[in-house]
Design a binder for this molecule. Structure first.
Ligand code: NAP
Ligand code: HSE
Length: 428
């Protein structure tokens, strides 16, 4: 048997401890499958004396992740601290400079610095693997870079944030408020250190940016994503959507068009009976369309200790077996800069607004929509509270530009009490 593969693990939280457990509990299976032992040489976290529920005896300790990354007894630096910059980036750069391979679950770091890190790694002859960074336990990076390598990818879409899907589906199932369900998601280990990344759609945007790069051979362009979180989605929206046969999902879509690369991540209504509509809890789903393969659908746990550690260890096993691949599936220097394009294809929209309950208010809104060329398909006014009248409108297909023009005009009138909520209806 060849020499053991020696890991240095920085970050002993939900994912890091999951990795330690697999290395300890599955030692024989890992050795049998990769042909060599996989061992942990050293570990690092912020607090040394924390009870982490698993014995860490026998592993060297480093306070400084950079020191850990460059140790002579570490072959693979496993970065599980998180954060786009700071120690995660410093230690990853140090590991690459020291000729180590890197496995990370850090989508934030790669979505922002992926191009520079990939170029540095490839120049140094190192690999960076990050299966756990996108859709938790689902092997979507492997699917795109390996299984679908012969396809021209036309579209990648999906639900890629377990926290948001958990909160949205549990709100509907239990009628409980956002705060209670947020706490539940926290207990399940789904949340980012900064939960705004989750509910603001940023974490899912990071993941979409990574998938776009692999799918379309372009440099990661997180800033090019039209981004919106779930913070304005209310229990009312969820109930009204259900009543009309829809579910609300934080949905990401990336597609290459004749005008350039379209990337958006936003809460959308999808048919309740569709596979995406039936996706519950922390589950993720990624749909990939290729010219030869057609459409494939991947579904599984998108977050949590076991699923994420499984993905990290899949990458470690590949390195142990000697499998080496360019970070984004082709040499980083060959990735092109994508032209950013906004979605111009018309779609129906769900609008919720609260009107002042006075004569002519609804007529004013209808006139503004009509003048912008936005046609109303269905409308419902319900549950008046004091002098406020909540109104729901489902439009016929319209462009986002026409809708934004109408919404901006509606917001300046004296008939709405707050900015309207507008959610795209996807016929997936
Ligand atoms: P976590 O539970 O918050 O754990 C973070 C770990 O990093 C902790 O052990 C912490 O030390 C350590 N750490 C933080 N800052 C540090 C620093 N400056 N120096 C040394 N150690 C530091 O996070 P997690 O959920 O495991 O996530 C880790 C990474 O995996 C993130 O990039 C996240 O986006 C990604 N990810 C997570 C999931 C998931 O389901 N949780 C899924 C996919 C990807 P202490 O314990 O001492 O505080
Ligand atoms: N916070 C992320 C989520 C973890 O909820 O999906 C998995 O990337």
């Amino acid at each position: 048997m060849t020499q053991p593969l020696r890991l240095g693990i920085a970050g002993l939280g939900t994912v890091g401890i999951g990795v330690v457990k697999i290395v300890k509990q599955q030692a024989d299976l890992l050795a049998a499958r990769t042909g060599r032992k996989i061992e942990i040489s050293a570990i690092s976290a912020r607090t040394r004396d924390k009870d982490r529920g698993v014995s860490l005896k026998g592993f060297a300790w480093e306070d400084d992740p950079v020191a850990l990354a460059t140790r002579s007894d570490v072959d693979v630096f496993v970065e599980l601290m998180g954060g786009s910059d700071g120690p995660a980036k410093a230690a990853t750069e140090a590991a690459i400079a020291a000729g180590k391979d890197v496995v990370t679950a850090n989508k934030a770091m790669l979505a922002i610095h992926g191009q520079a890190l990939a170029e540095a790694a490839e120049a140094a002859g190192s690999v960076i693997r990050y299966e756990a960074a996108v859709a938790g336990g689902i092997p979507v990076i492997k699917t795109l870079t390996e299984g679908l390598a012969a396809n021209r990818i036309t579209r990648v879409m999906g639900v890629m944030n377990g926290t948001c899907n958990y909160i949205l589906t549990r709100m509907e199932a239990t009628g409980q408020g956002y705060n209670t369900l947020f706490e539940e998601a926290h207990k399940l280990g789904y949340l980012e250190a900064d939960p705004n990344l989750d509910v603001g759609g940023i974490d899912a945007g990071h993941k979409l940016a990574l998938l776009s790069s692999i799918a379309f051979g372009t440099q990661v362009d997180f800033d090019g994503i039209e981004l919106e979180g779930i913070q304005r989605v209310s229990l009312d929206d969820i109930r009204q959507a259900a009543d009309m046969g829809y579910k609300i999902k934080l949905l990401g879509v990336a597609q290459m068009t004749g005008r350039g690369l379209e990337q958006r991540m936003s809460p959308c209504l999808v048919p309740a009976a569709s596979p995406l509509g039936q996706l519950d809890g922390g589950t993720n789903m990624v749909v990939i369309e290729g010219d030869a393969v057609g459409q494939i659908v991947l579904r599984g746990a998108g977050a949590g200790e076991g699923p994420t550690a499984s993905a990290v260890m899949g990458d470690v096993c590949d390195i142990a077996r000697g499998f080496r691949l360019a970070v984004f599936g082709q040499p980083a220097t060959s990735l092109t800069r994508a032209t950013r394009a906004q979605s111009v294809l018309p779609a129906p929209y769900y609008l919720r607004m609260t009107l002042r309950d006075k004569p002519g208010a609804l007529a004013k809104v209808a006139a503004i929509l009509g003048n912008a060329g936005v046609s109303i398909h269905r409308m419902r006014q319900y549950d008046h509270v004091d002098d406020k009248a909540p109104v729901l409108i489902v439009t016929h297909k319209t462009t986002r530009t026409a809708l934004d023009e109408a919404l901006a005009a509606i917001a300046t009138t004296d008939v709405v009490t707050e900015a309207p909520v507008a959610l795209r209806i996807e016929t997936v």
